[in-house]
Design a protein around this ligand. Structure first.
Ligand code: NAP
Length: 288
């Protein structure tokens, strides 16, 4: 089915800098075409210094909504009229929608991260320990997700103790009630044997560095039985990290499903629909 732009076509998009690499236009346009809706989803490159002007422009041209990617996920917060509680808890917005001419920010990365864990590996998490590698933006959505699962403890592993301490403090008054501890990478040997869920939120192993992994095969081998290894990276698929996990019998989850599910959650908000064609969105990425 070919998408046709008409005089009435409604606009959606993604802002970022850079934004050329984004897979969101392919995924969302596949869904919109499948649904036969007169919408188009476009890349909107916005430099950091132009963020406020861009948002004023979006109001002027009647954009229906947009996704937010690096480097605007935190910077956009003060420019929006309302921030949903989940985005406040994460401290970042990835989806903006329009209500009564006001821009409302939310965060669907948490829902995206949780989707494969809840649908495929639904279990009682109250005695489980999550070890999260990295303490950047994506790690914040993962922490919120692990807190929503009810994990007993969350260990964050990073390379800069000052950043780690700031990260820990930022969750002190969180309504999510996060039980969070921070460690540097040298603590990994004592953390891995406790990890029921091990999440890579660093870019280590991402294309073109496909031979890299945040762990050695030997470190990975100390994961407990039936542990889940979750890599947020989606190119390559699988990553070296996930291959190592598979080799020792751990359960691998790749970042593609998170990408699809955060997109599906955003599309439901913009279109005010209960369902969107998730299979079509997933398939459009496999064809890339
Ligand atoms: P970010 O804010 O830049 O954070 C990256 C984190 O990784 C930082 O804590 C950084 O440490 C750490 N790191 C980077 N290189 C490292 C290295 N060589 N050794 C040790 N630590 C290293 O990036 P992000 O937005 O969180 O994204 C992280 C990854 O998640 C990317 O690969 C991104 O594509 C992926 N992601 C996937 C999805 C999805 O839907 N699947 C969604 C969001 C993000 P420092 O703080 O010390 O610099």
């Amino acid at each position: 089915m070919q998408q046709t732009i008409t005089g009435k076509t409604k606009l959606l998009g993604v802002i970022g800098h850079p934004v050329e690499h984004s897979l969101s236009p392919v995924m969302h346009n596949a869904a919109l075409t499948h649904l036969g809706l007169d919408y188009v989803y476009i890349p909107l490159p916005v430099e950091p210094r132009n963020l406020q002007t861009a948002i004023q422009g979006f109001t002027a041209i009647d954009l229906v909504g947009f996704n937010v990617t690096i480097p605007h996920k935190q910077a956009i917060l003060p420019l929006l009229s309302e921030i949903e509680p989940i985005a406040q808890a994460v401290g970042a917005v990835n989806t903006v929608s329009r209500k009564n001419n006001l821009w409302i920010g939310t965060n669907t990365d948490v829902e995206g991260f949780l989707a494969p864990l809840q649908t495929t590996y639904n279990q009682d998490w109250s005695q489980k320990i999550a070890v999260i590698l990295g303490n950047g933006g994506a790690a914040r959505a993962v922490v919120a997700g692990c807190a929503q699962l009810g994990c007993a403890k969350i260990y964050i592993v990073g390379r800069n103790m000052q950043n780690l301490e700031e990260f820990r403090k930022s969750w002190d008054n969180s309504p999510l009630g996060v039980n969070l501890y921070v460690h540097t990478w040298d603590s990994l040997p004592k953390l891995i044997p406790q990890a029921n869920l091990l999440v890579n939120t660093t870019p280590i192993g991402m294309h073109p560095n496909v031979e890299e992994s945040p762990l050695s095969a030997e470190e990975m081998a100390h994961l407990p039985p039936r542990a889940i290894a979750y890599d947020l990276i989606y190119t390559p698929n699988p990553t070296k990290f996930l291959q190592q996990a598979q080799n020792i019998g751990a359960i691998p989850i790749d970042g593609l499903e998170m990408l699809v599910q955060q997109g599906a959650a955003a599309l439901k908000i913009w279109l005010q629909r209960q369902t969107v064609p998730v299979d079509v969105m997933r398939q459009s990425l496999h064809l890339k």
